[in-house]
Design a protein around this ligand. Structure first.
Ligand code: ADP
Ligand code: MG
Ligand code: MG
Length: 210
């Protein structure tokens, strides 16, 4: 079974719920190494995505992700808005107008999203950014898509777990990109907020398929 537009809309809806539920936690993470707005930015952006989805229901997963990209770019602001906007736009392009997403297509969409984030923000692995959640997720999804039995849920779970571990792994890192890099060594000992929100979004993708 592939993932269809109903799954995509549920994913975005659960992502919006996760941003609302974890708003304060993301604000606190950004307070420690940034400017305290990440939870606010993401909650506002995904609430706007829900409004757009209701206004103009998309017909394909790619269209749902494109609408999300446009909305996040205009509503999130800061560093994360253009980065998530690019990620969702590249994922949408990768999916094209297909009506269903199979394991290889999901792994491909994640890779396209990650490549977009890297093209836009120029961060490398270990720089303590959202890339540290996305790259392990891409690697795990590709492996699960290649080794698996064709079950797309397995691939979603592999990506979410890897993103969560990747976010946790940012705790000891010293930030080399974004606002947190201004703190230098003092950025160590805190989780990167963008890596944390990325893991929440990839976990919502599992919930939408369960
Ligand atoms: P701002 O820092 O402008 O207030 P946010 O707080 O919304 O924006 O988002 C901060 C997050 O953006 C960081 O936690 C990090 O994950 C991500 N980020 C910042 N700069 C980059 C970059 N150059 N590449 C990748 N991710 C980045
Ligand atoms: Mg911030
Ligand atoms: Mg800011």
């Amino acid at each position: 079974m592939g993932l269809d537009v109903t799954w995509a809309v549920k994913w975005l809806t659960l992502s919006a719920q996760a941003m609302a539920e974890h708003r304060v936690e993301l604000i606190e993470l950004d307070r420690a190494i940034g400017d305290s707005d990440h939870g606010e930015n993401m909650d506002r952006g995904f609430q706007a995505v829900l409004d757009k989805l209701a206004e103009a229901p998309p017909q394909t997963p790619g269209a749902a992700l494109k609408l999300t990209a446009m909305t996040l770019m205009s509503k999130v602001g800061g560093a994360a808005g253009p980065l998530y906007g690019t990620a969702f736009l590249r994922a949408a392009t990768s999916l094209g107008d297909a009506s269903e997403i199979d394991p290889a297509a999901w792994a491909g969409a994640l890779a396209a999203a990650r490549d977009g984030i890297v093209a836009r923000g120029k961060a490398e692995s270990g720089d303590k950014t959202m890339v540290d959640a996305w790259t392990p997720a891409v690697d795990a999804a590709r492996k699960a898509a290649t080794d698996g039995n064709g079950d797309v849920l397995t691939v979603l779970v592999a990506a979410a777990e890897a993103a969560e571990a990747g976010a946790v792994a940012t705790d000891p890192m010293v930030a080399r990109k974004g606002r947190a890099s201004y703190l230098g060594e003092r950025s160590a000992g805190h989780r990167d907020p963008g890596a944390a929100s990325s893991a929440l979004i990839l976990r919502a993708a599992v919930g939408a398929a369960a």
